[in-house]
Write a protein of this length. Sequence first.
Length: 267
Amino acid sequence: MSEQHPDSPGPGSEAPAEAGRERPQSGPVARKGPATGRVLWEWMRVIAFVVTLFVVIRVFVVEAFKIPTASMEGTLLVGDFLLVNKLAYGTTIPGLGLHVPGIREPARGDVVVFHPPHEPEKNYVKRLVGLPGDTLEMRDKVLIVNGVALDEPYVQHLDRSGADAIHPRMQWQQGHLIAGTRAERGRRRLRRASRDNWGPLVVPEGRYFMLGDNRDNSEDSRYFGFVSRDAIRGRPWFVYYSFEPSDSLPLSWLRSIRWSRLGHAIR
């Protein structure tokens, strides 16, 4: 008789399947794709991140502004679009009232964006000329700070008529004239403040005095008064877009680009 190995299959028996090999399944196998809910969740996360990043940058870092008037003519033009550095002087967190400190304090000569006291919902762009404690006055268009005429190469005087302008909104200055003898105070009160001749005034603590570079055509602190520290929003960084506005040219914002001003640093 032939001897059969105990591990070998007998006649008619089925050989065991090799280790690790699965038997083929009959019929097609359905492939499952990513769940729709998971895809939507991932998109929502991406969108939330982008929106949060945008808000953080806009609140704490930079914000875009457009120049609508000629009050800073020579330095900024109508149709300029600016990126404003909000880290320069610090900012306030909306809704919480918490102040985030800036890199430095506003300095004389800075171009700044601020909320004016008479229209706190708007943004103005002017040059800071008066710090807290400064004595300011103007004589025949010349700005005098602490008794010294200020050298202002950025200033333009476009009104060549020689006439001075008196505006009733400038009479707020009467309550801020510096102290002196009774005769001096009397003479100052009789002399009405005008566009080109006003002061001397002392800037109060925590307040600043702003003037436009286009001195003959600027609504600034001469008319609306001092600007509080917490109303200063930031410092313009550079011009990222600029065009020549035109009512007669369709799509002037696209067809009249001032290429030479793109990337222009503001000083």
